[in-house]
Design a protein around this ligand. Sequence first.
Ligand code: HPA
Length: 269
Amino acid sequence: MNDRNVLEVIKSKANNLSPRLGIILGSGLGSFIEEIDDKVVYPFAELPGFPITSVEGHTSNLILGQINGVEIAVLQGRVHYYEDANIDAMKIPLETLKSLGCSTIILTNSAGSLKSNAKPGEVVLLTDHINYMGISPLFKETGNDRFVNMVDAYDPSLRDAFSKLAKKKNILLHEGVYFWFCGPNFETPAEIRGAKILGGDVVGMSTVPEVILARYLGLKVVALSVITNMASGMDNQPLSHERTIENAKKGMLDLKKLLVNFLELLSTN
Ligand code: HPA
């Protein structure tokens, strides 16, 4: 990896930070950064090898800082496969989080719901995914490490910690399987009916390549979807990116509570 330069740039502004947890913020979920203390902000454009996103709702920054005394590295903005069909666009950002010291990654995203009981504004803890696109960010890798085991890719003990936390704090937290369509167009109602039959619970355009990359790098993964809409054909509301962003902001309330409380838990462990 060409991370020497990246690390030099990062260390030149914040030499003494050693985050153990990385967080990736999904569409419309960037306001989480208000919770971070002692922020050091690096626009992706300053970081060699980092991709630049073209999606509204994603400001691209790496932010180092702390919450409840736990040092974290946050990617405010991710790049999606649909932007320039680069399946490993998030490889250097994830490698950088690992090089900085992160051993766990929390992925967040906005998603459509396939379950009538999981409504816009509510949060789903991902238990697994279906890579319907059939492509992998590990295509160009060589060696045996590329044959990554995807059983328990969504770390069972971290999932358990989030479930217990949600119960304790009285936050509604669904569980479900993420179904990846690459976008950028929303799905057809027929595709959604198919995704349901195949076992999907939420549908989205991100996260799967990052989970595969993170597992390849040996990082523990936990992932949370904020439901921004019922999936295509499930209600009469038209789908749009504007609606995704607006509902993501509403769902951010519970997501923020979960993340901040999780960090509080880590600070005492
Ligand atoms: N489909 C795909 N991606 C999404 C959706 C959806 O319905 N909502 C938010 N991201």
